[in-house]
Ligand binder design. Structure first.
Ligand code: HEC
Length: 130
């Protein structure tokens, strides 16, 4: 009986600690993850507009502006203050270049191509850092 009580208490304590840990991890990464989810949404919207041929400027302006703004926050969100990571910084530079190369006023097929380059820049960083 005593062992059973110990077992139950142990399992409960473990579950509580695991929950606290998961919670803390989630909060610590809330900012980078929020940025990522915004980028995913904007990129998805922009890509489908480019694919459907509904990529006239007003509809692409917000995703383009958002991606550019968020790209500027990536260093601060992904690198702890004062930390340096040459490879991560290079991925961020490449990602910004891909976003900058997307002309949100261009013809849809050219936009679709540019957005594929952007998506590849997302994937390149994820392969090493996600
Ligand atoms: C410079 C590196 C880098 C670039 C560029 C990058 N990501 Fe990420 N991404 C990460 C890292 C690191 C994580 C893991 C974040 C965490 O869990 O703390 C991540 C996680 C994610 C997630 C999961 C978020 C969650 O809720 O757990 C999504 C979705 C995502 N990225 C989408 C994108 C999209 C879309 C792009 C391009 C528009 C992109 N990422 C560009 C590094 C990057």
């Amino acid at each position: 009986m005593r062992y059973l009580v110990c077992l139950v208490v142990g399992v409960l304590a473990g579950a509580i600690l695991a929950g606290m840990y998961a919670n803390a991890m989630q909060r610590r990464n809330a900012w980078p993850r929020a940025l990522m989810n915004v980028m995913q949404h904007e990129l998805g919207a922009a890509r489908s507009a480019a694919r459907d041929g509904t990529c006239a400027m007003p509809s692409q302006r917000r995703p383009a502006d958002h991606l550019r703004l968020v790209a500027d926050d990536l260093d601060a969100a992904l690198l702890p203050a004062g930390a340096k990571d040459r490879v991560l910084s290079q991925y961020i530079v490449d990602f910004r270049a891909a976003v900058a190369a997307w002309d949100a006023q261009g013809p849809c097929p050219r936009q679709a191509e540019a957005l594929t380059t952007v998506a590849n820049a997302c994937e390149a960083c994820h392969r090493d850092y996600r």
